[in-house]
Ligand binder design. Structure first.
Ligand SMILES: Nc1ncnc2c1ncn2[C@@H]1O[C@H](COP(=O)(O)OP(=O)(O)OP(=O)(O)O)[C@@H](O)[C@H]1O
Length: 234
C-alpha cells in the first residue's frame, strides 16, 4: 500500500538528511506505529506519502504508483485516497461538527443526499452521535480529534495517516482515540500513526517502526517502544 525504496530526503538548508535511505513496506490493512524522538523524520515520512514534498533520492510508492510520476493535476486524487489527522485537530472553527465533516464531501462534489446519509454514520463510528450541531469550541479535545478523524475517513480513504494524533490529549482520552483508530483499521483501512507516546505503543501491540536520525533502526511486529529519555540515557 505504501512502499519506500531507499528514500533519502535532504532539506535544502539542512545538510543532515531528514530521512536517510529508508526502505519500508506497509501492506494493505496494516496498522503501523512510526516512532522516534523529535526530529527523527516521522513528519517527513508522512509529507512524502502525501507528495507534499519531493524525495532527494529513491522512490515512494502509494498503491503501486511512484508518486514522483503523478502529475500535479492528479495529486488531489492521490490525496483523496489518504485521510490525514494532526495533533492540533485543524477543524473549521465556525462550522458545526456535522458541517466540518460534510465539508470534506462537498469539496469532492458529493450530493446533499449522500452527505446527509453518510455523515451521521461516520460520526457514529467515531463515537460522536448526538453532537452534530455542536461547534468545535463546545467540544473537549478528545471530541475535537474524533471530528477530525471522522472528516479524514468520510470519503473512505484506503490509508489513514495520523501525525501525533494524541499529542494534545491526556492518557485516558488518548486511549479512546486509539480505540477509534483501531476500529477504523479493523474495517480495512491501512493506518500509519507517528507518535512518541510509548504508553500508547506498548498498550496497542502493533507493528513498530523506529526512526532515529532519519534511519529505520527497528521494525518489529507487535513491538514495544522505549521512549526518548531511556534511549538517550544509553
Ligand atoms: N521544511 C523543512 N526545512 C528544513 N528542515 C526540515 C524541514 N522539515 C523538517 N526538517 C528537519 O528534518 C528533520 C526531521 O524532521 P521531522 O519533522 O520529519 O521529524 P519528526 O520526527 O516528525 O519530529 P517531531 O516529532 O518533532 O514532529 C529535522 O532535523 C528537522 O529539523
Amino acid at each position: 500500500m505504501i512502499r519506500f525504496d531507499t528514500v533519502t530526503k535532504v532539506y535544502d538548508n539542512n545538510s543532515r538528511p531528514a530521512l536517510d535511505a529508508v526502505s519500508l513496506e506497509v501492506d494493505r490493512g496494516e496498522f503501523v506505529f512510526l516512532v522516534g524522538a523529535s526530529g527523527s523524520g516521522k513528519s517527513t515520512f508522512i509529507r512524502l506519502v502525501l507528495k507534499e514534498d519531493r524525495v532527494s533520492r529513491g522512490a515512494v510508492y502509494v498503491a503501486g504508483q511512484n508518486v514522483a510520476n503523478i502529475p500535479s493535476w492528479r495529486v488531489p486524487k492521490l490525496r483523496r485516497g489518504i485521510g490525514v489527522v494532526f495533533q492540533d485537530f485543524r477543524l473549521l472553527p465556525n462550522k458545526t461538527v456535522f458541517a466540518n465533516v460534510a465539508f470534506a464531501m462537498q469539496v469532492i462534489g458529493k450530493s446533499r443526499a449522500v452527505i446527509r446519509e453518510t455523515v451521521p454514520d461516520v460520526l457514529q463510528t467515531v463515537g460522536l452521535e448526538g453532537k452534530n450541531n455542536r461547534m468545535p469550541h463546545e467540544l473537549s479535545g478528545g471530541e475535537q480529534q474524533r471530528v477530525a478523524i471522522a472528516r479524514a475517513i468520510v470519503n473512505r480513504p484506503g490509508i489513514l495517516l495520523a501525525d501525533e494524533p494524541t499529542g494534545n490529549l491526556d492518557p485516558t482520552t488518548s486511549m479512546g482515540i486509539m480505540k477509534v483508530l483501531d476500529r477504523i483499521n479493523s474495517n480495512g483501512t491501512t493506518v500509519v500513526m507517528a507518535t512518541h507516546d510509548d504508553d500508547i505503543v506498548n498498550t496497542m501491540r502493533k507493528r513498530v517502526v523506529e526512526l532515529r536520525n532519519g534511519s529505520v533502526v527497528r521494525d518489529d511486529a507487535e513491538g514495544i517502544y522505549i521512549g526518548e529519555t531511556e534511549v538517550s540515557a544509553q
